[in-house]
Design a protein around this ligand. Structure first.
Ligand SMILES: *Cc1c(COP(=O)(O)O)cnc(C)c1O
Length: 452
């Protein structure tokens, strides 16, 4: 049995897969924040290039990956599919465990799969500069690399507390030529307003989005890029699942379940959608499990509502499972999962029971992450440990029931920049956070007035 299933460059998919074409119920339309009418392309034009706006609403089943994007993908794609023999042995389970490893990308996560594509379409439409926000720094790193490769300038608003606590991510972005500002900054109206009221403000993702959006809207040669949640972002990530299906064919196997962590839904959608097509079209019966932090449980304890994508209410209203855009998640180490909602497609699929969700506390996640690292030699990103914890639960169930199942999970990134998280776990200082139902009810009540 092969341990590592590799594809050649030639087998990088030629098209992304658009699940919108096959969904039994399409997502509800995003709404204009003021008029509450469905958003039209012109509403999005100050922010995104036309080609990405088209992809956002497309129902074409396959969308060609431009040759220039495929050429850059070749630096790290196709990514390997690895059979986790060591992890299986450590768990003493009859289950077969495979992982698709996205940490081989230059940024160390799946995020360049869309960053490269977004930079490409902006470049093609004559844009000179992209702005974005970043929390922990993974998305900012991916976009910096993409802009450097395609000859665009990149301006990153990094949440001030992370800017101060994670200097290496900032330096990595600078290495790729990006200008990185601690948010709140003095560059924008939004930032100056906050700084006047509170000079010591440590920032938030919502504020950083507002700053990046403001900068993009101000200039004709500048647009904005988002690293998750939106349909076109999930579309670009489907290279992960498309490659994995080819690799499983080579292995002569097929997963019974596919597991991935969920922030806004891009790596989950990326690995899951091509397999979900097999359920919808070929009568397969694969389970799909999205794993969120127990302290930010939008899919398991949130509600399906219209809500803003950001804290300041500048984005369209998106139909999604949400905890409310004012929900303030506890400071868990998986920064990339501290997001109040999930994208519209993921939310509709959950509503239709075509996918499942689980919430897990961070101590259980890091425990699973450490077991994985010690048996497979790769340190997982704190976000990725959420998927791994669910794999451990499923593998233990297999053992108890004496059944062998084939499990695939997405190892969305490595944790080599997250040593302080592991330090906190190893020294016994890490804690779990409880979210009360009252807290969720209160935050959801605040968006009552936004409903159509
Ligand atoms: C950003 C990130 C996530 C979460 O974001 P999604 O859009 O839900 O995929 C998960 N894992 C890693 C390594 C990330 O960088």
């Amino acid at each position: 049995m092969e341990k590592k299933i590799l594809l050649s460059e030639k087998e990088i998919p030629e098209n992304w897969y658009n699940i919108m074409a096959d969904m039994p119920n399409k997502p509800l339309p995003p709404l204009h924040p003021v008029t509450k009418k469905p958003v039209v392309p012109e509403d999005l034009q100050p922010l995104f290039p036309m080609e990405l706006i088209k992809q956002e609403v497309s129902t074409e089943k396959y969308i060609p990956i431009p040759e220039e994007v495929r050429d850059i993908y070749k630096i790290w794609r196709p990514s390997p599919l690895i059979r986790a023999y060591g992890f299986e042995k450590l768990l003493d389970t009859p289950a077969k465990i495979y992982y698709k490893y996205e940490g081989v990308s230059p940024a160390g996560s799946h995020k360049p799969n869309t960053a490269i594509a977004q930079a490409y379409y902006n470049k093609k439409e004559g844009i000179k500069r992209l702005t974005t926000e970043t929390g922990a720094g993974q998305w900012g790193t991916a976009l910096s690399i993409a802009c450097q490769m395609l000859g665009l300038e990149c301006e990153v608003y990094m949440v001030k507390i992370s800017y101060n606590q994670k200097p290496y991510r900032k330096i990595l972005m600078n290495t790729f030529g990006a200008k990185v500002f601690a948010s709140p900054s003095k560059n924008t109206e939004a930032g100056r307003k906050i700084l006047t009221m509170d000079p010591e403000n440590s920032g938030s993702l919502g504020l950083a989005i507002s700053e990046a959006v403001e900068r993009a809207v101000m200039r004709d040669d500048t647009k904005y890029a988002l690293g998750s949640v939106l349909n076109h972002v999930l579309l670009h990530q489907t290279v992960i699942g498309l490659e994995a299906i080819k690799q499983f064919e080579i292995a002569g196997d097929m997963p019974d379940m596919v597991i991935a962590p969920i922030g806004g839904g891009s790596n989950f959608g990326g690995i899951v959608f091509p397999f979900l097509r097999l359920n919808l079209e070929e009568g397969k019966n694969i389970r799909f499990i999205a794993v969120e932090p127990a302290s930010c449980p939008k899919l398991t304890r949130g509600e399906f509502r219209y809500d803003f994508g950001d804290t300041f209410g500048m984005t369209p209203l998106i139909p999604m499972y949400t905890l409310g855009h004012n929900f303030n998640p506890s400071p868990i180490h998986a920064g990339g999962l501290r997001y109040h909602g999930a994208g519209a497609i993921i939310s509709q699929l959950l509503r239709d029971k075509l996918i499942e969700a689980q919430a897990i506390n961070q101590l259980e996640c890091f425990d699973a992450g450490l077991k994985f690292a010690q048996s497979e030699g790769i340190l997982p990103a704190p976000e990725s440990t959420h998927g791994i914890a669910q794999v451990v639960r499923e593998a233990e169930k297999c053992k108890m029931e004496g059944k062998s199942k084939t499990i695939l999970f997405n190892l969305s990134g490595h944790g080599n920049f997250d040593m302080s998280s592991y330090e906190s776990y190893l020294s016994g200082n890490m804690v779990d956070y409880e979210v009360s139902s009252e807290e969720i009810r209160k935050s959801l009540h605040e968006i009552d007035s936004l409903q159509a």
